[in-house]
Design a protein around this ligand. Structure first.
Ligand code: AMP
Length: 351
């Protein structure tokens, strides 16, 4: 799950009244992005989510005040889980977010900020079972299963809380998350109508198309943290030999000849995926005419791209007290923004 939001309304929801339209425009953008600590992070996560988060941060004048990048550990509890594995995945993600170049002052862990689950409960008292029943992800993940965790049913409400606590004006989402943001809007509108104007109702924005990395063994499927074959997935922390081996076994096609190395998403999905990975990693296929040479070039580019991230990751892993301090500060910062919103919602409901 990723929530990517921009907000210009840093103060909007800290008061029960909505600010004048001009006041919103005067406040700089804020980004909100939460990543779920399940599965091992992949090259797809890196190119499609983490690197764009760094780019967004670097383009903003005051990332500490404008970026809220979180580890959505509460969302990892919606299916059967192992506490030990969740802890290690959360730590891996915490280290990775720092290793890829995100500013320490932009990071926080969702479960360290109690307002997320507190507001989630209040919003559950605004949401109806009918609208949660219509959530596609619940229908898909719960299909054929006699009994799922209740949280799989209610997590879209937690997502709404995640978003509304940071008062975004805009939430750029892909199609798979659109329904969640529509629910967020519906809940915010209903709450404001019923209990008074507390929440900024976010607009749904269409994000710029990001890199979409496909599985190496089946280039018609996304390279995913879960559900993909190990052979088709490059993990962020794979060592160079493993990366070379996986890329060398990537599925291509049987075309030969001087023009075989070219992009054609429909007819040549494997080769196209390799070329796109190469371009995203700053490499070039100029002069490359065989698939063997292409794979070597791609593997070199991926290794070169990931090596500095892995080196920083190892250095960070050697001193976890530093990492804990980063996330403690992040929790304080996220609380300072989210608690007034929660307080306004709590008071508006008569508690
Ligand atoms: P997920 O791993 O599905 O929870 O996704 C976390 C983030 O990584 C989301 O922003 C996804 O869009 C992004 N992401 C995951 N897999 C890929 C992929 N294969 N290509 C590009 N982006 C991806």
């Amino acid at each position: 799950m990723t929530t990517l939001a921009t907000t210009g309304a840093a103060t909007a929801a800290t008061t029960a009244a909505r600010p004048a339209p001009g006041a919103l425009a005067a406040v700089p953008d804020r980004r909100l992005s939460l990543l779920k600590p399940t599965g091992r992070l992949t090259l797809g996560n890196y190119l499609g989510a983490l690197r764009p988060m760094v780019a967004a941060q670097d383009a903003l004048p005051d990332p500490s005040a404008q970026c809220f990048y979180g580890i959505a550990d509460l969302h990892a509890l919606t299916v059967e889980h192992s506490p030990e594995e969740l802890r290690s995945r959360s730590l891996e993600l915490a280290l990775t977010l720092l290793a890829v170049g995100l500013e320490p002052s932009t990071l926080f862990v969702q479960s360290h900020v109690p307002a997320h689950r507190q507001l989630s409960y209040l919003l559950e008292c605004v949401a109806s079972t009918g609208e949660l029943n219509r959530m596609i992800q619940f229908k898909e993940k719960g299909r054929g299963v006699d009994s799922t965790r209740t949280s799989l049913f209610t997590y879209p409400v937690l997502m709404a809380a995640d978003i509304l606590l940071y008062s975004p004006r805009q939430v750029p989402v892909g199609e798979d998350q659109r329904q969640h943001v529509e629910l967020t809007r519906d809940l915010a509108l209903r709450f404001n109508r019923t209990y008074g104007e507390v929440f900024v109702v976010p607009e749904i924005a269409t994000p710029a198309a990001g890199a979409r990395v496909m599985a190496l063994d089946d280039p018609t499927r996304k390279m995913g943290k879960t559900g993909s074959q190990e052979a088709g997935t490059i993990h962020l922390l794979d060592d160079p030999d493993t990366i070379v081996r996986k890329v060398s076994r990537a599925v291509t096609d049987s075309e030969t000849g001087p023009d075989a190395v070219r992009r054609d998403r429909d007819a040549k999905p494997g080769v196209t995926n390799l070329l796109e990975i190469l371009a995203a990693c700053g490499g070039s296929a100029a002069g490359v005419t065989t698939y063997g040479a292409l794979k070597r070039t791609v593997a070199d580019a991926v290794v070169a791209e990931l090596e500095p991230v892995q080196a920083r990751y190892r250095a960070l892993a050697a001193d976890l007290t530093h990492v804990s301090a980063v996330y403690a500060e992040g929790a304080a910062r996220a609380r300072a923004v989210s608690e007034p919103v929660l307080a306004a919602a709590t008071a508006a409901m008569g508690l």
